[in-house]
Design a binder for this molecule. Structure first.
Ligand code: PEP
Length: 253
């Protein structure tokens, strides 16, 4: 059975004390209210992760938002996958459109980071998505296919099974514009079909594919009701504990 996941992406928000406070609220609410077997993840800034992992009380998992492809070395300011694993971090977001856009991350670099994460038993949340211009050009399915092929499909099947994919249309991230449930479902079905062609139907059927892009407690139920949407990657709405927990609860309906 496919794993259902709601992952929060705090980006570069919430100072240390505020982050710990929001996280504790989420833990307490989930403990009281969560039903169902969905996995909940908070991907926080690096400085929060060690403390959050200790507070998580097996109610949720902690993830990073990036890692370096090398194990160690002269890479000032960077953090390796092995370092993240050493503080009980379980997930890492890779290939987020903000990393692709602002830090010029290429598909091949993202592939190297994905390999590094898997080597250290971190689960990658691997993001793909098209800009509005690319969507309007009409051939954005080819672009998404290329992101999958160049960034992921060099993995062997056992490696690939550890990866969570997030479809995040760039035009919907932080804009308040959400893909309609039909638009999102169409792309998710395409991604699953592309995985099936590469790794076989069984692997594709068991792959978790999240939707991300202005997902909130209001639109989550309809998005999560689509047959190929297995949860969400949540930016802005993950910064408020009540909103985030309501999105988690929407995945159980
Ligand atoms: C994200 O950055 O991964 C994201 C989905 O952001 P938002 O929910 O704010 O659009």
């Amino acid at each position: 059975m496919r794993k259902k996941i709601v992952a929060g992406n705090w980006k570069m928000n919430l100072d240390y004390e505020t982050g710990l406070g929001v996280f504790s609220e989420i833990v307490n609410m989930l403990r009281d209210e969560k039903q169902g077997g969905q996995q909940v993840v908070i991907c926080a800034p690096f400085i929060h992760l060690h403390s959050l992992a200790k507070l998580s009380a097996e109610v949720l998992a902690v993830g990073a938002q990036n890692c370096h492809a090398a194990d160690s070395g002269a890479f000032t300011g960077e953090i390796s996958a092995g370092m993240l694993k050493s503080i009980a971090c379980e997930y890492v977001i890779l290939g987020h459109s903000e990393r692709r856009q602002y830090f010029q991350e290429s598909d091949s670099l993202i592939f190297e980071k994905t390999k590094a994460a898997l080597k250290h038993n971190l689960k990658p949340i691997f993001c793909i998505g098209e800009t509005l211009e690319e969507r309007n050009s009409g051939n954005f399915f080819q672009l998404l296919e290329k992101q999958l092929k160049d960034g992921l499909f060099g993995l062997d099947v056992n490696e690939f099974k550890q990866v969570v994919i997030a479809y995040e249309p760039v035009w919907a991230i932080g804009t308040g514009l959400t893909a309609s449930p039909q638009q999102a479902q169409e792309v998710h079905a395409f991604i699953r079909q592309t995985i099936a062609t590469q790794y076989g139907t069984e692997v594709a059927e068991n792959s978790t594919i999240l939707y991300g892009g202005s997902c909130n407690a209001q639109n989550a139920p309809e998005l999560f009701a689509q047959s190929d949407i297995d949860g969400g990657l949540i930016g802005g709405a993950s910064l408020k504990s009540r909103d985030f927990v309501n999105i988690v609860k929407a995945l159980n309906h």
